[in-house]
Design a protein around this ligand. Structure first.
Ligand SMILES: C[S@@+](CC[C@H](N)C(=O)[O-])C[C@H]1O[C@@H](n2cnc3c(N)ncnc32)[C@H](O)[C@@H]1O
Ligand code: SF4
Length: 401
């Protein structure tokens, strides 16, 4: 980072407000449940298939880990809890409730706290929706992925399109806020196929959609198939980019604005939890493979936990369950803020960036990107334009020296 595009010096009252920087980005709790019924061939999330899981032991470990974080951050205002996985809809509702209750004892819940649980379509899990609502969950994120059986089958999903629709209907009956995920740029999917599928998805009145391009991750079954030349029909770059463009337009025409690379929402229905990640807030991460960011005593720390469920259980019984806790340098914080914040429609605050490391952006690439209409500055905000979003990775390479 070099000098220029220097925001005016901050008044002292403002500097004080920025001292505890995480407050600008909020404070959340992430709970990772690592188990699934089966492993999907495209997935490289930390998910495992187990014969049986003793949820009482998990309850003990989660509650123990929370106690340790409460000692460091107790009394803060909590804006969000997110149960992610794996398949958290395999958790018993009383386990979910115990975690929410413990959190409520340790932190001050925001009046509009968002409590999300990721659910997989399927009758067993759907029967639990009533229990999750009683437990305090107020938002469901449903993994629909595709809306036809042939593609669901190819993605290795265990549910049919009909089951997904029925789960969605039940979720919408129990919860005001329901989001669902779809994966596009699938094998042999045409632009017209995706247009039809997305239009149908929008007719299901979601308040939020997460729409991901299929990515082939090296450590997955799809990765191995692709290396062996056995994963045909994947879109070329031009088709994938056209799909991204029509996704933006179709969602926008239906009132869902893209507020992050893959996230689309009706006004005020954005995921508060993900915004905490993207806006450099603080979050506690418990469960195997969970990450956290904590600002303590004027420093910002990155925490990680072991990915292996048994290893995490062991550690969490006597501590927060972390495998590492590293302080982040100012430069690291700035880089992370740029990488995360520029994914969002609201972009980043230049003043906040400066407060992180007294850093300012190199003016030459910034000016060049502005001239190309790929980024724009409005007051204190630096944003990637809709035109620039498909080129986000290249833009970040330019800006993050
Ligand atoms: C934590 S994962 C899975 C949540 C839940 N277990 C499920 O399968 O629905 C969150 C989302 O990431 C997306 N995802 C996972 N792997 C992906 C990949 N390789 N390419 C694109 N999207 C992916 C899926 O849409 C998935 O719903
Ligand atoms: S996509 Fe979801 S259900 Fe499939 S293995 Fe990954 S976390 Fe589990």
């Amino acid at each position: 980072m070099q000098s220029a595009i220097v925001p005016k010096p901050l008044p002292s009252w403002w500097q004080a407000a920025l001292a505890d920087k995480w407050q600008k980005g909020g404070f959340g709790l992430y709970v990772h449940w690592p188990y699934c019924v089966s492993k999907c061939p495209y997935c490289d999330f930390n998910s495992h298939v187990a014969q049986s899981v003793d949820q009482d032991i998990w309850r003990e470990a989660y509650l123990s880990a929370l106690t340790h974080y409460a000692a460091e951050t107790g009394g803060r205002r909590l804006g969000s809890i997110y149960f992610g996985g794996g398949t958290p809809s395999l958790m018993r509702p009383d386990l979910v409730e115990a975690i929410i209750d413990a959190a409520q004892g340790y932190w001050v819940f925001d009046n509009d706290i968002e409590i999300t649980l990721e659910a997989n379509p399927g009758s067993v899990e759907t029967g639990r929706f009533a229990g999750y609502r009683r437990a305090g969950v107020n938002r469901i994120s449903l993994g629909v992925q595709a809306l036809n059986d042939k593609d669901l089958n190819r993605l290795g999903r265990k549910h049919t399109a009909r089951e997904a629709l029925s789960s969605l209907e039940i979720a919408q009956a129990y919860f005001q806020r329901v989001s669902f995920d779809l994966i596009y740029a699938r094998q042999n999917q045409s632009l017209r196929d995706w247009e039809r599928e997305l239009t149908f998805a929008l007719s299901l009145t979601p308040s939020h959609l997460s729409l991901y391009q299929l990515s082939i991750e090296p450590e997955t079954a799809f990765g191995a198939r692709a290396r062996a030349g056995k994963l045909g029909g994947l879109p070329l770059e031009k088709l994938a980019s056209d799909m991204y463009d029509i996704t933006y337009n179709i969602c926008k025409n239906n009132g869902l604005e893209r507020y992050e690379v893959s996230s689309h929402a009706l006004p005020s229905q954005e995921s508060k939890h993900n915004m905490i990640y993207w806006q450099a807030g603080d979050y506690i991460g418990i469960g195997p493979g969970a990450h956290g960011r904590l600002s303590l005593d004027g420093k910002r720390f990155a925490t990680e936990t072991p990915r292996d469920p048994t290893a995490w259980l062991k550690r969490a019984m006597n501590g927060p369950g972390e495998s590492t806790r590293q302080p982040l340098s100012g430069t690291e914080q700035v880089t992370e803020y740029l990488l995360m914040g520029l994914r969002t429609r609201s972009g980043i605050s230049l003043r906040r960036l400066k407060a992180m490391d007294d850093a300012v952006l190199d003016p030459d690439p910034l000016r060049h990107l502005e001239e190309l209409g790929l980024v724009e500055q409005k007051g204190d905000a630096l944003k990637v334009t809709p035109k620039g979003m498909p080129l986000l990775n290249a833009i970040l390479r330019e800006l993050v020296a």
